[in-house]
Design a protein around this ligand. Sequence first.
Ligand code: ATP
Ligand code: MG
Length: 734
Amino acid sequence: MTEYLTRLNPEQRAAVEAVDGPLLVLAGAGTGKTRVLTTRFAHILMTRRAFPNQVLAVTFTNKAAKEMRERVSSILGQSAEGLWLGTFHALCARMLRRNAELVGLSSNFTILDTDDQMRLLKQIMAAANIDTKRWTPQVLMGAIQRWKDRGLTPDRVTDAEDIDFANGRARTLYAVYQDRLKQLNATDFGDLLLHVTEILRNNPDVLANYHRMFRYILVDEYQDTNTVQYLWLRLLAQRPDPAERNICCVGDDDQSIYSWRGAEIENILRFEKDFPGATIVRLEANYRSTRPILGAASHLIANNAGRMGKTLRPGRNDAEGDKVRVVSLWDSEEEARMVGERIEALRRDGHRLTEMAILVRAGFQTRAFEERLITLGVPYRVVGGQKFYERVEIRDAMAYLRVLNQPADDLAFERIVNTPKRGLGDTGIRAMHDLARREGKPLVVAAWRMIETGALRPKPRQALHELLEGFARWRAALPHEGHVVTVATLLDESGYTDMWKQDKSPEAAGRLENLKELLRALGEFESLAGFLEHVALVMENDENPDADRVGLMTLHAAKGLEFDTVFLPGWEEGLFPHQRALDEGGDKGLEEERRLAYVGITRGRQRVIISHAANRRIYANWSSAVPSRFLDELPEEHIQRDGGASAHRNKMASMPSAFSGQFPLVARKPRVAEAGAWEVAARPSRSATMPVGQRVFHQKFGYGRVVAAEDNKLDVEFEQAGRKRVIDSFLEKA
Ligand code: ATP
Ligand code: MG
């Protein structure tokens, strides 16, 4: 038997060898669905059933596509090029370029981003005399996106699908928007699938062509397909001869976590109807995780009512292992410290950082861990997103803070002077620059001058005036209001927070959470200047991209991946399950959150460490956090509670005076860790080993000598770069 088939169990092998006809693999996490799909791909090629370009393979992310390409190549023993392998969007973009003229585009069409989309919608609404205060373009954009996810061109939107918008004009506006896109030879993201589906529906010859071409179709993560993706797949798979409908989908209803983006779990149920006689394969042996991890995940997900129900048993020979840890901590800083110390301990024992991941429910949570890892000098990567201080809203907010701290910070001023929009065109900004340069003054001074001389039209003049006066006011408030309150006021009064509140894109809520997290971070510092310096140092964290790094990502981004060690922090009511999911989705929302928890736990091979903090800082105040209900749904036999969660909880309940009330608006010194909250010994600060006078090496600044030290911050006189302040963990002894 061929070598690659020997690496499968009998059920998996059956799923690989049943190449002809429709096949659905419905199985729990870690049972080898993706392995089956990849092996099947290779098997089709090895048995010469098809050429590489006659197989259509759909993955959920570009990363997964890359991995599958590599896995197929390694089975084939040669690189696999020219494959139709990628995400729905990538595959559809390629198909649309081939047949663009059939929907009135030419093949070099551009794909617009959301900014462009929004601008276009605003123009269209303005032309139609619609009051955009009352009916916001964001709402319209959301509706259009949903229609596209459901495969509805403007003429297909029924009354039932319509929304209450601009006196019933949403559909007309949608139609106008689609026409405008065509005139611009452009599409938005949703159009890629919509257009191709329309082409396949309306052009039998094109469809027949693809039917001849794609002999085999493979789909991973099938539980998260939305309606238009489903329609597209069905069109391509329903070849004239039912015996030739070679579509293989793999999925797990318990891992359906994208309903908020229009995914329809019912697509799994429809499979057997659309493809009568389909083979259904169930895989039950999990090869990824230890018995306690599987036990915990299975027990938790059993609390969901709406599920198909699947058995999952350990398939590894070495499935015995550590219990799942549940660690109760005082606050999020302590939680970050616990995670950091465990990572370091594992690293000392020879574990690779790429085999560890921190999976969070909400993007803002990465901040505390990033700072901890930076302090410890542990390299990390943020998968499927950006590092906290590199996110757009954080960079914008930081620019406001820099101007507040230092009015002459021209780079920062330039970034925010027209964000949010204040009606200053490029010419206005150029004039400001010219004036500043001529007079050798900072931009703010030039801005004041332009207001006084009436060089601007009334509207931008008024807006700029408000901004500059705002800065004067906020700066004056700083000493008595404190930096946290002042910055919160600044973000509100400058209109910056509002800009994101108006934004109805799916990312906006996360950006607002990030801004709140920024205020929390600010509260950890004594002053604005201290915080700015800290962030500047954190941003210096320049590393080698190939380095061994810990993964930091949201649970959504972790789907399909696996790690030896998985940290799942922030299991608190309101955060996980997330309040928004509960508010908007009710019981269904709760079940989807539980599926997310299941996805999280099942990412771990050897170790899963779940944690929750008893207190969260909200701005400068503290509030106590209730442990997630999911913690109560874990089976006692498979978990070990560190610090004894219930005892811990009571202890906290009985010490209300100092911690439950309002904190004064100054940062506190780090509290000494609760004894016994976890067992990993604290690591000695490195500064002790980098005394003043020590010769050191820094990746970016080269050689130098320590001239002063304060906590983990060292002043170093570098030979080339001069005197700099750096964090000790970036230094090597030289
Ligand atoms: P998920 O639902 O999380 O996407 P999955 O069902 O796709 O999981 P895979 O990622 O394919 O599962 O497999 C999980 C792990 O088990 C992988 O490390 C894979 O290499 C390994 N594995 C799968 N099948 C076998 C097998 N028959 N023998 C040994 N290891 C296996
Ligand atoms: Mg998989």
